[in-house]
Ligand binder design. Sequence first.
Ligand code: CA
Length: 413
Amino acid sequence: MRHNRRIAGSIPVLFALLALLGAPPAIASRKEAPGHTAGTPAKADFQAFLARLWADAQKQGIARRTFDLAFSGVSPDPSIVALTKKQSEFVKPIWSYLDSAISATRLERGRAMAERYAAELAAIERKYGVDRRIVLGIWGMETNFGSFTGDKDVIRSLATLAFVRYRDDFFRDELLVALRMLEEGHVERRAMRGSWAGAMGQTQFMPSSFMKYAVDFDGDGAKDVWGTIPDALASTANYLAGHGWQRGQPWGLEVRLPAGFDLASANGFADFARWSSAGLAGATGALPRAGQAMLYLPAGIRGPALLVTENYRVIKKYNSSDAYALAVAHLGDRIMGGGGFAADWPRGDKRLSMAEVKEIQRHLVRMGLPVGKIDGRIGEISRESVRKAQIRHGLPADGYPTLALLARLRQKP
Ligand code: CA
């Protein structure tokens, strides 16, 4: 089954490559593309890039033999360059993201895996203190429980991204760590496979995460995040523990707000006991007795309300998107028998374009409110500023940007 999936996975890449080259096979088969056309940089530049990389690799104690083996026959991958230029016009609504992330087939596979690896997951919970729901949620979100771990050559992927300086030096640093992995013999050159962005194995570890957090849980001497499920899942738990996961604390839960609840007063973290005395109640169960949480309304006041703990923020260390973190948390809950959200999502709402979200962010900046980067994405900083703008404009302070808010911001300076 995996073999078939790998072949299937390579077809879109092939099409992307052909589309990029946009030319008859004669050009595709030429040894060297002329100049910098179609995002395919010149070969000489790549050799110069490798020469500079070698200087740094050598300083870090990488052997020439390792370096040569790593880059033998490697050239930049134009299909990866194309992927870095892909931009979405719309922010995908969180409910659409959750719908596709938590499909019936994924839930079914997740439940089967939870049962199959129940003993290992229990041992991992004991050792690292991380709830199996979250480990399962990440495994499901990253590779559909090992269905697609990526068949790209990680050295080539990282070298391409480093060469075009995508995200500055991030991928160059990862490439140097990948060389360290080869130098120390953690993985064989040809087995170093992963995503187009260089993420590897069952739960998609970047090289730096591998070096810091990968563990040999089954005790066979190898940290095998590709093919040994207990190693991969324990490494994931170790990553979360290393980023501050608090044992015994949930990621959060859905709550019901009392009628007439003053959203403007609900800023930041507070004890669950305080939320309880403010009239908030769990949507399906009681609020935890201990710990702190903050109110988060992922789709505003007309969607589900959540109290999220610091552990929710730890999930975001894996991937900083709120949609991702919520999908991980909810997928884990659902695998372990939880139900869907009690409140409906505002599915009929017109969605904002990236440009409109950016415009809202520019208005916030104009009002002296921080947004981080004007990038069309609402993270924690922008959300708090949206709340402040909503309070100033007499709108419900749910931190959720809407066209109504944009209209107000356009009217009033
Ligand atoms: Ca092992």
